[in-house]
Design a protein around this ligand. Sequence first.
Ligand SMILES: [Zn+2]
Length: 335
Amino acid sequence: MGSARESAVGPGWRHEQIGFRQHDTRDKPEHPPWRWTPARDIMQAMTRSCSVCGGTTFGNLTILSDKLVAEWDLSPTEADYVNRQQGEYCLSCHANLRSIVLADALRAVWGTRLLLRDFCQSADAATTSVLELNQAGMLHPYLAKLPGHCLAVYPDIDMLALPYADGMFDVVVHSDTLEHVPDPVRALAECLRVTRPGGAVCYTVPVVVGRLSRDRAGLPPSHHGPPDDTRDDFLVHTEFGADVWTYPMRAGCSEVRIFGADHPTAHAIVAFRGPPAIQVPVETKAVVDFERLAAIQTEEATRQAMIVDVMRRSTSWRVTAPLRAFGRLLRLPIR
Ligand SMILES: [Zn+2]
């Protein structure tokens, strides 16, 4: 691991990177002590960099059609951040923010500070086994270089019935796929089944942080992808909201960590099968809040407002037992 490569990571726009430094100060003496700062302030204070390739210049595309904004009932602010999640991209490697935050989650799971591009070709990566379900955004060309890489593409492979033995992979990766699967909890349970104990399922879904998840059953069909493309692959079954973490919990994972890139723009979710094999540092402010909230006796509507509020305010966080208890209070169907 060359120090030149590591320094190329540089300060990013990612909150979890700040949390990372809180835990690992061995070679970062110049960094000030960690403190919570609103997302926009950090954006302005830090130099942006891409965790896939180290690029520092970014472009913007408008991705959402008016039709999709209407179908999704997005406010102008929500449409703006979903557009940035999908359409703000690194000019060097073309990774958009959702790919960049997923790269950060993977780097945390692998315990590396190398850029994703460099890690995938490093000696450290030689023994890791990865199942990539559909091409994971702009990460695919790099993941494909891993010696232990396996790509599974719909409809050849059905996420609801994976043709792999239990515990075959260290990491399972997918990006903006789960919202198109009719039964996301079962799909995540399948992902966890083929993940080895201590391993993780790392993925992105579009998250509207200001509301709870919505099943589109009974609503007019809505498709992602090109505006005129109405293939089944693009049909949206679930619009994920602030309770996005309940899905992997219901699927049986032991712990969920949520990574944010310029919160609320993009999130990556890491769901562990059993105790994590390595310590994955992430800011845990929300857990403290939930411990307190779980003790509060109040109406369900108020608790639901609280869960939305925590997602709004929390950038990167960890879901463990207190949050599980809080989910039960909310009557969210988690284990
Ligand atoms: Zn890049």
